[in-house]
Design a protein around this ligand. Structure first.
Ligand code: SF4
Length: 213
């Protein structure tokens, strides 16, 4: 079996006709190829490859529990070696900086520098995708987002990987009596912004509680 390919037995039962699943596969592949082509063109001026845009994009959206090289490799589905090379290049370009963890000397925290944030704003979203999304109506965009998020969750469940979601859909998320937010896993308080960031420790709610599939 090819690396990364799921055994069919591990996939959830899906009554979708094979022709629809095949068409979905083809469309997602075409969209992925189009986005990579856009990322290559947009990154050429900055000397960046599509993978570098993905690293910047992740570091711009992850929380403090998820900003290390291991989480980055897990999220992107890449080897630690590939991720290390990308981080080293982005550090040399002054787009990413690393800091120590005051509580754990073995941990490294990566963050975007101001130049990294500017580069990310040029790369994501891809210009073509923005124009394409503009052409859809609000209801179509909302339905598309819901469907793609459901599809991604289903694939992640089937693969048994981490979900990398946000606090609002995590079973550890707590609301304090005074309206504050807290992570039930780390017991640390969360700001409003923290709660919008991707988390490596995220564990999804049961489908009924999440209001989704
Ligand atoms: S509540 Fe869940 S998603 Fe939020 S920080 Fe805690 S583990 Fe992560």
């Amino acid at each position: 079996m090819a690396p990364g390919r799921l055994p069919r037995a591990s996939l959830p039962r899906d009554p979708a006709p094979a022709a629809e699943a095949t068409r979905l596969h083809e469309l997602l592949e075409r969209l992925g190829a189009a986005l990579r082509a856009e990322a290559r063109a947009a990154g050429a001026d900055l000397g960046l490859q599509p993978v570098h845009a993905e690293v910047l994009g992740y570091l711009g959206r992850c929380n403090r529990y998820s900003d290390g090289p291991l989480a980055l490799a897990e999220y992107l589905g890449l080897t630690k070696g590939t991720v290390s090379q990308s981080i080293a290049l982005l550090e040399r370009r002054g787009l990413v900086a690393r800091g120590d963890d005051p509580a754990d000397g073995r941990k490294v925290h990566l963050r975007l520098t101001p130049a990294g944030k500017r580069a990310l704003a040029r790369l994501v979203p891809a210009g073509g995708l923005e124009a394409g999304a503009d052409a859809l109506g609000h209801a179509e965009r909302a339905a598309l987002l819901t469907a793609l998020e459901g599809l991604l969750r289903a694939l992640q469940r089937a693969r048994g990987g981490r979900s990398f979601g946000v606090c609002g859909t995590c079973r550890h998320f707590l609301r304090e009596p005074d309206g504050g937010r807290r992570c039930g896993l780390t017991r640390e308080p969360l700001t409003e912004r923290d709660a919008t960031l991707l988390c490596r420790e995220h564990e999804g709610l049961a489908p009924a509680a999440a209001g989704g599939p």
